[in-house]
Design a protein around this ligand. Structure first.
Ligand SMILES: *Cc1c(COP(=O)(O)O)cnc(C)c1O
Length: 427
């Protein structure tokens, strides 16, 4: 079979039909959602001081469950993780023009949450093995204007939080972490997200667990928790103190999660461990099947971390393989390999950053009295991230699937089919 004609040259695709589908919502979620609908209270929030300020029964139950699960003092539910990111940056008291060092290899919301408060995103390069923000690169970028480091646990494993915490402590910075892709992953025996001043998870449809749209913040800091709750629910109408600091970044939003979503999220959270174990099983089968292909590097798990494989991220040694990534991907796709992730993000290359068009057309907040340094984005800023994105990174999205061993085996065999015929792809 592995010698049969490559599909890219007109042969029969190795994987003909779709792989096993995965239904992440079961009867338990249906029952939980139905109970809320029958009760008629779909949200119990009130944007004013008093009992309704913290939301309804299901929201509060989900928060208690999440705080217990992740081992933190406070879990705060929000209507999306993007809302959670915006609330995080507001809560630490960012001033316009403050710099926040983050990674370009992430979903755009990590960086736009900084811009949201008129902060300046500064992109550090990433580590070529973990794809997470590189502490050495971070340290070089610290200036008098730096206020925080915003790490991301990309693809399902923790950034080097120990090193980042040391840098943060040395310079008096806050440490935030976007752990959207790594719920249930461990870092030094604690759950990811809990090592940062504020961390948290996305509950959108594409993540390990979901409730449609939603997110949950985690923190051990009482003051930050209070500020997060205020930003979530109309702070401007709730804060009635004369304390000036208390009012900063308290414009207030409606980032509130509804009761149906909270009820579903509770059931989903009880399934997280099972999801994590199944993604780890898929990854270990892929590791075993793919690690002897020359020039293909399977994911590296960092010391002291466990990986929950939102994306199974590989790198290609193009010189060894002798075929470009584009050609390989063309061949793999023709054989029917699903969910390939070809490159990832280079946020510093997005037009919004390169041309500094965020608020209006005149370059705000970069071109303003608040931003005193000459910030430039574009090629050359993060060479490792650029090379990975343009040439050498190849991933498989396994988070959305519950692939049984026979499906994983098919993917593995397809890679072998392509690899045994690399010579033909060269010509
Ligand atoms: C999914 C994701 C987000 C956004 O989460 P939403 O719940 O869709 O708003 C942010 N950051 C990362 C790294 C993500 O993967």
């Amino acid at each position: 079979m592995s010698n049969s004609k490559l599909a890219v040259f007109g042969g029969i695709p190795f994987i003909s039909g779709p792989l096993s589908s995965f239904q992440s919502i079961g009867e338990d979620e249906v029952t939980a959602a139905t109970e809320v609908i029958r009760g008629g209270i779909l949200s119990a929030y009130i944007g004013a001081p008093g009992p309704g300020f913290m939301g309804g029964e299901k929201v509060q139950q989900f928060e208690a469950q999440a705080a217990d699960y992740f081992g933190v003092k406070h879990a705060i539910a929000v209507n999306s993780w993007t809302s959670g990111l915006i609330a995080s940056v507001g809560a630490i008291g960012l001033e316009p023009g403050d710099e926040v060092i983050t990674t370009p290899w992430t979903m755009a919301a990590t960086a736009t949450a900084i811009l949201h408060w008129n902060g300046i995103p500064i992109f550090a390069d990433i580590d070529p093995d973990s794809f997470n923000i590189c502490p050495k690169s971070v340290e070089k970028l610290v200036t008098k204007k730096t206020k925080a480091i915003f790490a991301v646990d990309i693809f399902g494993q923790s950034a080097d939080m120990e090193a980042l915490r040391a840098i943060a402590n040395r310079h008096g910075l806050r440490l935030l972490c976007d752990t959207a892709q790594s719920p249930g992953a461990l870092y030094e025996n604690a759950y990811t997200g809990t090592f940062a001043d504020i961390g948290g998870f996305s509950l959108n449809y594409h993540k390990h667990i979901h409730c449609g749209e939603g997110g949950v913040l985690v923190t051990n800091d009482d003051n930050l928790a209070r500020r997060l709750c205020l930003i979530r629910n109309h702070a401007e109408a709730v804060v009635r103190t004369e304390d000036i600091n208390e009012l900063s970044n308290m414009l207030g939003y409606n980032f509130r999660m509804g009761e149906i979503e909270a009820a579903i999220a509770s059931v989903q959270l009880s399934k997280l461990q099972g999801r994590v174990e199944s993604r780890q099983r898929i990854a270990s089968e892929l590791n075993e099947g793919l690690n002897n292909l020359s020039g293909l590097n399977t994911p590296k798990v960092s010391l002291g971390a466990t990986h929950v494989y939102y994306v199974y991220g590989m790198t290609l040694d193009i010189d060894t393989i002798g075929v470009s990534r584009a050609r390989l991907v063309e061949a793999l796709r023709a054989e029917g390999v699903p969910a390939l992730v070809v490159g990832y993000q280079n946020l510093h290359m997005l037009p919004m950053f390169r041309h500094k068009i965020a608020y209006g057309t005149k370059g705000f907040p970069w071109n303003s009295p608040y931003c005193t340094s000459d910030i430039q984005y574009g090629p050359g800023l993060c060479p490792t991230a650029e090379k990975l994105h343009n040439e050498t990174f190849l991933g498989i999205n396994i988070c959305m699937n519950e692939l049984p061993p026979e499906d994983v085996a098919k993917i593995v065999e397809t890679f072998h089919k392509v690899w045994t015929q690399l010579d033909q792809l060269k010509s």
